[in-house]
Design a protein. Structure first.
Length: 318
């Protein structure tokens, strides 16, 4: 069993490493044209950053809190605020008609929702925020985080690819870890109280899980790369909004598909990762691949809900 696991880990590392190299090569070629557009507006962004830097009078800790805490928190709560209105009121129907688990959270239990909000705020203020202190010192050690010169667009894309792969590896294995019976009972079960999740549930978790699975996988990439605070702010905001989409319970047009993680909440023992690469390599998506949810697991490019165009197969009468 240990040999199989080790072989799977080595295969995973090889596939992810190869994928990273291919993705980086693609970025270097495909982003050339985008880089030209970026350069035309580069003076604007550079000037905006210098104005912000001067506004904070170069106080790096204040700048770090603004970029790594305030901006991502605003992105998270603004996005989830819209979703919560739909969850509670059932309006606008433009959102609610795209519900994945039909009949669930229609409307959401407001008592459970309040509990989820309180827990999410606790995790943000008393777990994530203190964890920024050691991260700040790591970034200071690199010496590039508060540079007056912004990173190039191409370099940010390379960083983004590394952040994504790092998060996938750390989240997948830490997530599998908290699904071990003992840890699940005392830690991860809290998150799975929601078999039909909503956006704010993305950080509704036991404090230990919030450290191990929610925060460290996202923080590690920037610490490895010594990233600029602007890159950190963009990545943290993107990570929080993306995980909110994965938990939101709605398969909305033109947004990433949440079917994969929604299925994990429904079945518990499938779809542990973010991208799905490690799930494929470890065989933890085999049941998911046999379902209608797998057929719906794609970006919706029309306004017709996938629950209508690819409905569940009617159950046979017994």
């Amino acid at each position: 069993q240990e040999e199989k696991l080790w072989d799977a880990v080595k295969t995973s590392a090889m596939v992810l490493g190869t994928g990273l190299l291919i993705f980086t090569a693609f970025v270097n070629s495909a982003s050339w044209y985008v880089q030209k557009i970026w350069e035309t507006s580069g003076n604007f962004w550079q000037t905006a950053w210098l104005n912000l830097y001067n506004l904070f009078e170069g106080k790096e800790w204040s700048l770090f809190l603004f970029g790594a805490a305030l901006v991502p928190a605003l992105a998270f709560w603004c996005f989830n605020g819209i979703l919560m209105v739909a969850d509670v009121t059932g309006k606008p129907t433009f959102i609610t008609r795209y519900r994945i688990q039909l009949g669930k959270n229609d409307p959401v239990d407001t008592k459970k929702l309040r509990q989820a909000i309180y827990t999410a705020l606790f995790n943000q203020f008393f777990i994530s925020l203190p964890m920024l202190v050691p991260m700040f010192h790591v970034m200071k050690w690199w010496g590039n985080t508060f540079s007056k010169e912004l990173p190039t667009f191409q370099w940010f894309l390379v960083e983004l690819s590394i952040f994504t792969v790092t998060e996938e590896i750390l989240f997948y294995y830490s997530h599998r870890l908290v699904h071990l019976p003992l840890l699940y009972k005392h830690i991860h079960k809290k998150h799975h109280e929601w078999t039909a999740p909503i956006g704010v549930v993305s950080i509704y978790a036991h404090p230990l899980e919030h450290i191990l699975s929610n925060t460290l996988p996202v923080m590690t990439g920037p610490m490895i790369m010594g990233s600029h605070i602007v890159s950190i702010a963009a990545w943290f905001s993107l990570a929080l909004v993306t995980t909110s989409i994965s938990h939101c319970g709605y398969h909305l047009p033109f947004l990433p598909s949440p079917e994969f993680h929604d299925f994990h909440h429904l079945k518990f023992n499938q779809c542990y990762g973010v991208l799905g690469v490690l799930d494929y390599l470890h065989g933890t998506d085999t049941v998911f691949r046999q379902t209608k949810a797998y057929e719906r697991h794609r970006v919706l490019l029309s306004l017709t809900p996938l629950s209508e165009s690819i409905p569940e197969t009617p159950k046979r009468a017994e």
